[in-house]
Design a protein around this ligand. Sequence first.
Ligand code: FAD
Length: 488
Amino acid sequence: MHPVDVDRQTEVSAAVPGSGRVVDEAVLRDLRRTFRGELLRPGDPGYDASRRVWNATVDRCPALIARCTGTVDVLTALRFSRREGLAVSVRGGGHSVGGHAVLDGGVMIDLSPMKGIRVDPEARRAWVQPGCLWSEVDRETQQFGLATTGGMVSHTGVSGLTLGGGQGWLARKHGYSCDNLVAADVVTADGEFVVADADRNPDLFWGIRGGGGNFGIVTSFQLRLHEVGPLVLRGQLFYAPEEALRALEGFREFAAGAPDEMTCTASVWTAGEEAHLPERAHGRPVVMLGYVFVGDVEVGERVAAPLRQIAKPLTELAGPVPYTVLQAQDDESQRHGLRRFWKSQYLWDLPDAALETFLGRGAVSPGEPSLGGVRLLSLGGAIARVGEDDTAMSHRNAAFDVMVSSTWTDPTEADRHMGWARRFHGTMAPFSRGVYINNLGSEGEERVRAAYGQTKYERLVALKHRYDPDNVFRHNQNIRPSSTRLPG
Ligand code: FAD
């Protein structure tokens, strides 16, 4: 059984600016005495910039934005919100596609000013505050030839990505981001400060490695680092439709035997006028096989060689690049301020029928480069060597993540873009089981359950009941406590 698709993203999930509860000056006066960061209300300079998130379809107006400078600000803002009966959302990097970082009418606890990073190269540890983006962490750690698994777009937030799992180019070699979390400082729903690690509050430590922001606000992440780069190998091979199926069959075989250092992707879209593609490819479906090798570059070249034999590419781009360049390669195409919609699911193998369906994206809209693309990402390696019950992060043995994503600017085109993405997702669903929680939009409780599986979900519900019985942290991929007292 596949969970029913009830995704609720609509074009402009907005409230009327200024709607909902207004926090008046008298109430704020006390808070201003103890809160060190900025407190912004509708109309204040900086308010609109602070409430904006990555996905431009999200347009919500908090009654108050509390821009925190440290853990005490987080504690203060949370206690204030609870005392005043105001709902809260928590903002890290603001990249959740459903816009969970921002809410209408309540308090947005904005962690983005908290940018501290400390690296201990000998111990191979980084202490990272929750407002950091991956570009900032990579910059500090690469100074010492080190890195940890981060997202594949460098302006994504460390916070939400790590708490929900964290796929990245290093994951097959070093595990998900959450697998590299050694300890965290957490502000709990009742306004207490605790440390979570293997010895202190181990149940909480289990939950924040994949359970998202459901159990508390993390104000510091201690992350394990590894030797990486500075150069890594990146390759992309582009194929015309005539070669596409052969290329994908070869990709399937290659990915199955690839070493942990190698992560493979396959994408299908309708080409625009991309300069690296020959003119005869423009306006036609194109398949790209991509690979990244995060070990020795010469070894990587030898490992990648068979991939180059499987079919005749239109063109190929390959070569060593600095790890930080790899991390930023999609920053521009994934920039802020565009309207976005995506859906993803896990595949456990790739039967011929799944490959053909995946390739069918090309047939959906030849001549329409404006519609988005679909991509497969290989998983496995170190990801699958962590036990399924060791962390809240689930589906460790999935072989691929398949994602469809759409981008547009004109609000009147939303239905077309979301419609085809939903249709593609539906055609892949018979081959899939489960979904990665951080790739969910606003898709309903069934899909959150699907991200964990029933047994794991029940354990998470019990943990939620222990740490957040009132469901204070509910503007997220919400796991409801067993007896929620507030409306969900
Ligand atoms: P936010 O929207 O700020 O936060 C996401 C959720 O986490 C919210 O519910 C928020 O309340 C909660 N939260 C944030 N910080 C805290 C905190 N400190 N304590 C408690 N709760 C908190 N995922 C991958 O795994 N790999 C990728 O390569 C990848 N690439 C991406 C590229 C782009 C362009 C985008 C938009 C997303 C990508 N993602 C990727 C998905 C990403 O993991 C999620 O969007 C994630 O939620 C982003 O975290 P954030 O802090 O930026 O987002």
